[in-house]
Design a protein. Sequence first.
Length: 172
Amino acid sequence: MTHDAGERCANCRTLLLGEWCHACGQRRVEPDARRLRVLLGESLAALTDLDGRFWRSVGALMFKPGRLSRQWLEGHRQPWMPPMALFLLASLLYFIAPGLSDFELPFVDHVTGDLRVQLVQQPERLTPEARARLAAASGQKHSPWTAAWVERKVADRDASARSRNPDAHYTV
């Protein structure tokens, strides 16, 4: 492919002498660089070589939202991991992470107060101390909101069930 004699590197603005910038190491940005085939190839290469660009890119995504996208679109690509590679890595971690951690909390851990006591399999077997300890447990940060939401849902469904059949009763 032929290139302009005075073409400059999109990253550092140095005059390009070939396919790669001799100053910063960034490859010349080609018009077809945004094709899926090229992006997937770059992603595979980036995923198998986790150098400093990975950590720099993750840090920019977390602490300076928009910077990575802006820099990438302006042609400053050498310091950053390709966006498709970051997306594929995030997707992979999303699907692997539940197996590595305890993301599957039982529902009883998501609520607080008396609702928590009602969810115990045999609440009649609880001692008064165990009942008080369960009712006082704070659960997760969202537990007060979740408990109120569940109580409203149960009350609504109970009212609906009783409107159809006065003997019906809907509980947790």
